[in-house]
Design a protein around this ligand. Structure first.
Ligand code: ATP
Ligand code: MG
Length: 452
């Protein structure tokens, strides 16, 4: 199975990092905007307070320059915006309050803030604040602020747009940088997928990109070389023993010819035949570990029909369910024939009759199903039987089973063909082996899977 679907969109490292970067850019944008808005509100408030402090200082200067009798008229006539000025004490309901620091700072430029009394009064429009100053001649002058100070202007659009553009630019650059960092990693993973196939390409993984990725590729290349050497040595050992045993076996068979034809000789001949079969299968298994595949265009419908005929000619009872039209695939017919033969042999050996079905699945793959009416394989043993030399009936009695290599050879060849082999239960009883193969060999795809 390809690893790529596993790296589904939301789980990809690059997607997750992109989300983090996007969230960070949005948070930074919102924070900067909030700070700027707060700062601009503070400076707008300071400017209103400065205007009010200036107006209060002007009112004090004007009132002190006028005689008492003219002050009331002047207070109404003169413009002291935003203050409402009266030559009077604060209203009786007013509460004296400590002068807030912001007002202290604004008043300090024009008056001595210690000489200014700050008060508040509840009106129907809300709380209003005011100031009272004792003039030179000892008479009071009160000034009241409006219920709500002038609303500070919002942030100018130009600033918001500039900030948004800066945020967008940062976001794009961050994503681009992220892509540059994660792309080599994704390329390495893709290369690794082909790396895992039994038919691993001769080309080693590319050892470039960021230091960590290059180092991983180098280490994996070294690991692959070691694995290949080990596998080759194991295969050579198995193949060597199997091959070299053929000659002495042939010699024994020759010498047997000179012995009288009796029970003992027949027994030895049977044993020799079993040994020869074991040797052939062992060689097959060794070859299936690193098969040399020869891909060619094959009409699967015709190929399967021929195979079924071959079995029927041998007396086997096989029901075939094939598509009406040709189904072409590019694969190695020898490997496919070997897999199907092993599955059919099992179906006929452990059951009485077999059913072989072929159908196209989606546009790119096909499925072979081999079913039998035998006892089937219990779910817990379906993984084990794919290992070499594993038989459910462990006596190794040739009458009740084979060498235990057929399914492991089929599984190895299936992987080499980038397919999948699964063992299931047939209804009402029996085994159902499902072989799924791609119609075209994938360019960069992992080896197939064997599932149960
Ligand atoms: N269709 C089946 N029905 C029931 N049991 C099965 C079937 N196919 C395989 N098995 C069980 O799985 C074991 C492994 O099968 P496998 O084909 O690998 O070896 P084998 O048939 O014993 O020998 P050979 O190497 O000659 O094929 C078998 O010994 C048998 O116990
Ligand atoms: Mg078998």
């Amino acid at each position: 199975m390809s690893l790529l679907p596993l790296l589904s969109f939301g789980r990809r490292l690059s997607t997750r990092l992109a989300w983090v970067v996007s969230a960070a850019v949005v948070a930074l944008f919102a924070l900067t905007l909030g700070l700027l808005a707060h700062q601009s509100r503070l400076s707008a408030e300071a400017s209103v307070q400065r205007d009010a402090a200036h107006a209060l200082a002007r009112a004090v200067a004007v009132m002190e320059a006028l005689p008492w009798s003219e002050r009331l008229q002047a207070a109404q006539r003169w413009e002291f915006a935003p203050l409402l000025v009266a030559p009077a004490t604060p209203p009786p309901q007013a509460r004296l309050l400590p002068l807030p620091p912001a007002w202290h700072k604004a008043l300090a430029d024009f008056l001595a803030p210690e000489d200014v009394a700050f008060w508040a009064i509840n009106t129907k429009d809300g709380v209003r604040h005011g100031f009272t100053v004792i003039l030179d001649d000892g008479s009071p002058l009160s000034a009241m602020l409006p219920a709500a100070l002038r609303r500070p202007p919002g942030l100018p659009w130009r600033i918001i747009t500039a900030l948004a553009l800066a945020g967008l630019g940062t976001w794009i650059i961050a994503l681009w940088a992220l892509r540059r960092v994660t792309a080599p990693l994704e390329r390495l993973i893709q290369a690794l997928e082909t790396f895992a196939t039994p038919q691993a390409p001769a080309a080693p993984l590319p050892e470039h990109g960021p230091y960590e990725v290059a180092l991983t590729a180098r280490t994996l290349n070294a690991l692959r070389e070691r694995l290949e050497r080990l596998l080759t040595a194991r295969t050579a050992l198995l193949a060597g023993i199997a091959h070299d045993l053929r000659t002495p076996l042939a010699r024994i068979r020759l010498r047997l010819e000179s012995l009288p034809e009796d029970e003992t000789r027949a027994g030895i001949e049977r044993d020799l035949t079993d040994m020869q079969r074991l040797i052939e299968l062992s060689l097959d298994y060794a070859r299936s570990l690193t098969p040399r595949l020869e891909y060619q265009e094959v009409d699967l419908t015709e190929f399967t029909a021929d195979l079924v005929d071959l079995y029927r000619d041998g007396g086997a009872e096989i029901e075939a369910d094939l598509p009406a039209s040709p189904l072409t695939a590019r694969l190695d017919p020898t490997a496919l024939g070997r897999i199907l033969a092993n599955l059919l042999d099992n179906a006929l050996r452990y059951g009485t009759r077999a059913r072989l079905q072929l159908r196209a699945v989606a546009a790119q793959s096909c499925e072979f199903v081999v079913e039998d009416d035998g006892p089937g394989i219990p779910p817990e043993a379906r993984e084990a039987v794919l290992e070499p030399f594993v038989r459910l009936e462990p006596s190794r009695n040739p009458d009740t089973g084979g060498t235990g290599l057929g399914l492991s050879i089929a599984a190895n060849l299936t992987r080499a063909l980038h397919g999948s082999l699964s063992l299931e239960a047939a209804q009402p009883h029996g085994l159902r082996a499902v072989l799924r193969l791609p119609l075209r060999p994938p360019v960069a795809c992992s080896g197939g899977t064997v599932s149960l």
